[in-house]
Ligand binder design. Structure first.
Ligand SMILES: [Zn+2]
Length: 621
């Protein structure tokens, strides 16, 4: 497992906050190294604050119902680039070639959006070559909208500077407009950001604070971090600060005054997450972690992740039985792995981050809290997984999990497919092929692709390596083909065992014998049907009249299986998946079946319907 990322960019900025105007003036330098095998004739810059500029942006014109970002900002946000210059080696600051005047000012193919900007270079940047950009910009924050903005004097400053898009090894730019359902994709590098705020403001930021000084009525802090792919910060004059240390990681928690009961849970959960995720997916490699609990009214800034900085949320009290603070903290910390360190493309394959992390979050909370990982009151418990299952089944047949963010039908579909159905699918694969197998496959994926921007093929390959082709195929069908399953017991029967009767041609001549029932011996069978396309191995439990039970394993590959048994007691009932391990099963209620108490009744019914059928045939014209 690598210990640091390939440094594709080095960003050095100075940011000055005007909390009254809600603006950030930025200036500095971005060095970008071409990580591709092909020369780059252009750059793509993401100017994501422009998503909040007017109601015609890609972001604000796609209103998708429920979910974060569904309210319009009451004050707009945007970013004005003042300077974008290419500085060649040996050139003094300010002498570079102006790139901004030749840049496209709108998103390719969308004249109304300004979040995805193509910047032609005067000469191509060769593979491994570097481009040094001088930048200056004025960022205006919107009222809190989708993870960024301000409320009063609280400022959550994210997606606030011109950010070079990611270029793949093959030379493809992964650039895209800021879409409502899409999170981010960027390349690794180092940040050195000096943040200048009025005295009295408390700042939390990505990375480590390496210095802080007073300059007149201002506080100027410098934050640095390498091997990360974004930089976000927050500033508020009301923040309370708590610090803790967990296994060598310095935790800094910023919260509104009076939030002690919530922050206590968040600190506990951060420790749990550092341990659990570290053990499973590789140690958290950074020295610090900043947890930001946004104030009431700024909820949309909560529940979000940036490198080494996460935001939580919820009220200060939090009903003690509902583990909202803990769940949110563990989930957002989990993104430090699947968004921060593994860094899959959240635009193209959001499930790789959100879904895999939802599974991991449930696993870690389950380890620590058991059956009551989500709710625990008066003996009534609810596991995180049960909540995901409900959501997963509601939309599971509508569309595939593996879709680019903008292609989901609604925010509801995005949340239920990319998060919940992925988690439920992984849980079910664990139930079918072994929890340990799935956990090892995810561990291999997370460790092998740390800092490596994997895609779904890499996840499938890790599952095949660890669990074999049947596991890989089930994962593929579940992700791409709307895979579903409904196991059901359709018939259970039992007969007295008898010696075979009939006409037999033997060497001694033809013999007619009648079958003789054997006292105390029964032959039974159960028919189990697998509806749907997910072929998952499953247990079948047979129960006998004498109270004994027996389990058999079915590989789930066929459409049905007939399980036969013979013994001293009559087969009474059968249950498929008796432990409820295949959580993606559409209906648990049909997983059990019993022998009909009398065989006469169904046969009488059959005869009656046959007679009715004949009658209608005769009387029809
Ligand atoms: Zn998430």
């Amino acid at each position: 497992m690598p210990t640091s990322a390939p440094e594709v960019q080095a960003t050095r900025l100075r940011a000055t906050l005007d909390p009254g105007a809600h603006t950030v003036r930025g200036e500095g330098e971005i060095v970008w190294r071409n990580p591709s095998r092909t020369p780059a004739a252009e750059l793509y810059l993401h100017l994501y604050l422009n998503a909040f500029k007017n109601e015609r942006t890609v972001f604000l014109r796609s209103r998708l119902g429920e979910g974060r970002g569904s309210t319009m900002p009451s004050d707009w946000g945007f970013i004005d680039v003042k300077t974008l210059r290419l500085r060649r080696p040996g050139q003094a600051v300010g002498d570079g070639v102006d790139l901004w005047s030749s840049a496209d000012r709108t998103t390719p193919g969308d004249a109304e959006d300004q979040t995805d900007i193509r910047v032609p270079l005067p000469e191509p940047c060769p593979p491994g070559g570097e481009v040094t950009l001088e930048v200056a910009f004025d960022a205006k924050l919107p009222t809190i909208t989708e993870r960024t903005g301000y409320r009063g004097s609280f400022h959550m400053v994210a997606q606030w500077f011109p950010k070079v898009a990611r270029r793949t090894l093959a030379g493809e730019w992964k650039h895209h407009a800021f879409h409502r359902l899409s999170e981010f994709d960027a390349d690794y590098g180092s940040y050195d950001v000096t943040i200048d705020v009025p005295a009295g403001f408390v700042v939390g930021a990505t990375g480590e604070r390496v210095e802080e000084r007073r300059e007149g009525g201002r506080v100027v802090g410098r934050y640095t971090q390498s091997s990360v792919h974004d930089f976000a910060w927050t500033a508020w004059d009301q923040f309370q600060t708590e610090t803790a240390e967990h296994d060598g990681v310095a935790i800094r928690l910023l919260s509104p005054p009076g939030y002690g009961p919530a922050t206590e849970k968040e600190l506990w959960a951060a420790g749990l997450a550092l341990d659990c995720y570290g053990r499973r997916y590789g140690r958290y490699p950074y020295k610090g972690l900043t947890i930001v609990h946004p104030p009431a009214g700024a909820e949309e800034a909560g529940g979000m992740e940036y490198p080494t900085l996460i935001t939580t949320g919820g009220p200060w009290y939090g009903p003690p039985v509902v583990r909202l603070a803990e769940t949110l903290t563990v989930h957002e910390f989990g993104h430090q792995i699947f968004y921060g360190l593994v860094a899959s493309d959240e635009h193209r394959s959001p499930f790789l981050d959100e879904g895999v992390n939802s599974y991991a979050e449930g696993a870690c909370l389950g380890e620590a809290l058991g059956a009551g990982s989500a709710v625990s009151v008066a003996g009534l418990t609810l596991q995180t997984e049960a909540i995901h299952r409900e959501a997963a089944l509601a939309v599971g047949l509508d569309d595939a999990i593996a879709r680019p963010s903008p292609q989901f039908a609604s925010a509801r579909h995005y949340a239920r497919l990319a998060y919940s159905r992925t988690a439920t699918l992984l849980r079910s694969l664990g139930g079918a092929f072994g929890r340990d197998t799935v956990d090892r496959a995810l561990a291999r994926y997370a460790r092998a692709y740390r800092f490596a921007h994997p895609d779904p093929r890499h996840l499938l390959a890790a599952f095949e390596d660890v669990g074999g082709p049947a596991l890989r195929e089930a994962l593929r069908v579940g992700l791409y083909d709307r895979g579903w399953v409904d196991y059901t017991v359709t018939e259970v029967a039992s007969n007295k065992h008898a010696s075979p009767g009939g006409v037999f041609d033997r060497p001694s001549g033809r013999e007619t014998v009648s079958g003789v029932p054997e006292a105390g011996r029964f032959d039974g069978w159960a028919l189990i049907v697998r509806r749907g396309s997910l072929r998952l191995p499953v247990d079948i439990e047979l129960s006998f009249e004498d109270g004994s039970t027996r389990r058999v394993r079915w590989d789930g590959q066929g459409e049905w299986v007939r399980v036969a048994c013979s013994g001293p007691s009559e087969l009474r009932s059968a249950v498929v998946d008796p432990d409820g391990l295949i959580e993606i099963d559409e209906r648990f209620s049909n997983n059990a079946g019993s022998r009909a108490p009398s065989r006469r009744a169904p046969r009488a019914l059959e005869r009656l319907s046959y007679a009715l059928g004949l009658l209608t045939y005769w009387v029809s014209p």
